[in-house]
Design a protein around this ligand. Sequence first.
Ligand SMILES: Nc1ncnc2c1ncn2[C@@H]1O[C@H](COP(=O)(O)OP(=O)(O)OP(=O)(O)O)[C@@H](O)[C@H]1O
Ligand SMILES: [Mg+2]
Length: 319
Amino acid sequence: MTRNDTPRTDDSDAQRTDEGAAVSETTIGSGSAGPDSGFGSESDAESAPLLDESFDVGERSAAGTTQAETEAVIEARTLDVYYDDHQALRSVDIEIPENRVTALIGPSGCGKSTFLRSINRMNDLIDAARMEGELLFDGKNVYDEDVDPVALRRKIGMVFQSPNPFPKSIYDNVAFGLEVQNRDVDVDETVHSALERAALLDEVEDQLDGSGLDLSGGQQQRLCIARAIAPDPEVILMDEPASALDPVATSKIEDLIEDLSEEYTVVIVTHNMQQAARISDKTAVFLTGGELVEFDDTNKIFENPDNDRVEDYITGKFG
Ligand SMILES: Nc1ncnc2c1ncn2[C@@H]1O[C@H](COP(=O)(O)OP(=O)(O)OP(=O)(O)O)[C@@H](O)[C@H]1O
Ligand SMILES: [Mg+2]
């Protein structure tokens, strides 16, 4: 099944989503170019701690990728999200495992992007948005008062549907987050290594001073992924990152996501069921009304889901 085959029920929702994405257009990697959204002022960068000292966000589980189950790095507990009076997510409970790829699927307007944005508090940028319940990252509620959303977005980076490089050189695109963070890192080495991990270095090595905007769509998306991973986040959120790309570029991004999951927790929204089946370890199915209807191993979801509505959705009986 291709993306075009995937049913999209509500165009107005899709359009509304695009408005949400417009907020995102200025947002990069683990932060944002926007004034309150991510890479804020230099003082923001200096006041780096995400949380108080009692909470160590740097600590990663030793479970690695060799064990069948890893610890939950993100956990939602009875999470509700509203846009004014409209409830977009209903009592979502989920534990997203570390160093795994988790796919979020479901018909248009069911709240996938809303859920993704609630993880790194990108919904804070939408005036109408309001949430109830808890969203834990490494056991800490990211909506607690002592959490700095700017620092949070450095730990939980984001890649969007449309590649959105800055009108800067390839090198500066990747270095941007590092400079703003004012971190004590070897920028040159980090830029090269991020481009390499994003499987782009070979193609751009000789043109690092060239504009990021002169790259192809698929290369731009890998540049955005390089930019997202350069600050060394723990989690990468991707909202339909390959939907605007051709099959060759899509396959590169899919390979890359698989590689990234060795080091990062990846949460990806996709309308492409085959893509979800190919690249994810776990799949969460949201259905209209903002309910998380089933969450399980990807094989189980696609081969033998418990819920009849999930089976109907997956087999294309409704969207
Ligand atoms: N910025 C916003 N303001 C108001 N309502 C919104 C906003 N963004 C989303 N919504 C509404 O919240 C619901 C969930 O939208 P969301 O964008 O999360 O869905 P989605 O599953 O990502 O859809 P799609 O597959 O089309 O991207 C929809 O009813 C949508 O209209
Ligand atoms: Mg969406």
